[in-house]
Design a protein around this ligand. Structure first.
Ligand SMILES: Cc1cc2nc3c(=O)[nH]c(=O)nc-3n(C[C@H](O)[C@H](O)[C@H](O)COP(=O)(O)O)c2cc1C
Length: 208
């Protein structure tokens, strides 16, 4: 048997992965960034094939990972974790820079930065696993790092279907079409607004 709750006990941080190819840039929230070797220094990430950022990494073979701080707000999470760079300029309104491999990256809410080059790819079905060489690494701010646990317990964040950690526990209630938040009730009260992104309850979709 597979108990989906067991997956919730796997701890990780939350990171912003940015990539640029032919002057097209995007960045998406990930929780799948891990150091997997020390000599040489190697890290891996897992990217959903439907994400625009995947398309950019797939073509450029370079990317930037920023370790996020707990100062991050839900507007930032919604912008990078729940909408696509195909539809909007996700970098608008944030302070940005270009790394040494040409990736545009965000400087707000960041504790440390990694500049990375793909050395191998493994096809996992819904996701591609990228193994990468560390070209640069630096501490950018003296701040607490954002953990998945803090995101779920304090920020009350949810996990969208494209995240590698998404599980399909059946829930009954109403889902916010903007940020994915689920209110588990039989009937949504009048005047209800999403506690995460403030979308009106009238646009929530019935699930279950
Ligand atoms: C908490 C959280 C964790 C996520 N983890 C991943 C991940 O590890 N890999 C991934 O491909 N997408 C992950 N996502 C989903 C992407 O951030 C999301 O699909 C994003 O909108 C893609 O943007 P893009 O199309 O501009 O690349 C995660 C989202 C959230 C909110």
């Amino acid at each position: 048997m597979i108990d989906n709750k067991a997956f919730y006990s796997i701890s990780s941080g939350l990171y912003l992965l940015s990539s640029t190819y032919n002057e097209h840039s995007s960045a998406c929230l990930i929780n799948t960034f891990l150091q997997v070797a020390s000599h040489p220094k190697r890290v891996m990430i897992s990217l959903n094939k439907d994400n625009y950022t995947h398309e950019l990494v797939d073509q450029s073979h370079v990317f930037h990972v920023s370790v996020l701080s707990c100062q991050v707000n839900m507007d930032f999470i919604r912008n990078f974790g729940f909408q696509s760079g195909k539809d909007s300029d996700k970098f608008a309104g944030y302070s940005t820079d270009l790394d040494s491999l040409g990736n545009k990256y965000i400087k707000d809410y960041v504790v440390s930065d990694f500049v990375l080059k793909v050395v191998d790819t493994l096809d996992l079905g819904s996701h591609d696993l990228y193994l990468a060489e560390v070209i640069e690494a630096k501490i950018s701010a003296d701040d607490e790092v954002l953990t998945y646990e803090y995101y779920q317990k304090v920020l009350k964040g949810t996990t969208p279907p494209k995240a590698a950690s998404y599980t399909t526990d059946k829930k009954i209630g109403y889902r916010c079409p903007i940020c994915g938040y689920i209110e588990e009730v039989e009937i949504l009260p009048e005047g209800f607004v999403c506690p995460i992104c403030q979308a009106p309850g009238t646009i929530f979709e019935k699930i279950g």
